[in-house]
Design a protein around this ligand. Structure first.
Ligand SMILES: [Zn+2]
Length: 97
């Protein structure tokens, strides 16, 4: 027994993985390779597991960003400083300083 797969052109196992977004990814492993428990989904980057009904939960690695953080990311530091100066100047003007 166990000889049924002998002589196959490609002795590989195609292992399906599913991510939390229900993307199915089939990864070919050599028949003697260790199949990992998880595989990164190539479509969305979430970890995918072999249990279609119970895919691994999406890790919350994305830190919460404030609106200001997004603004700062888009602008150079110089722009940020200029904006800050502008805001301070306006604040002082409003105070009558
Ligand atoms: Zn996915």
């Amino acid at each position: 027994m166990g000889e049924a797969e002998r002589g196959e052109a490609a002795p590989r196992n195609r292992i399906p993985f599913w991510c939390a977004n229900r993307h199915e990814t089939r990864v070919a492993f050599a028949s003697d390779a260790d199949v990992p428990e998880h595989w990164d989904c190539p479509r969305c980057g979430l970890p995918a597991g072999q249990d279609e009904r119970n895919p691994p939960a999406a890790p919350r690695t994305e830190p919460y960003k404030t609106h200001l953080a997004y603004v700062r990311e888009r602008r150079s530091d110089a722009d940020g400083d200029a904006l800050l100066q502008e805001a301070l100047t306006r604040l002082h003007q409003r105070r009558g300083a």
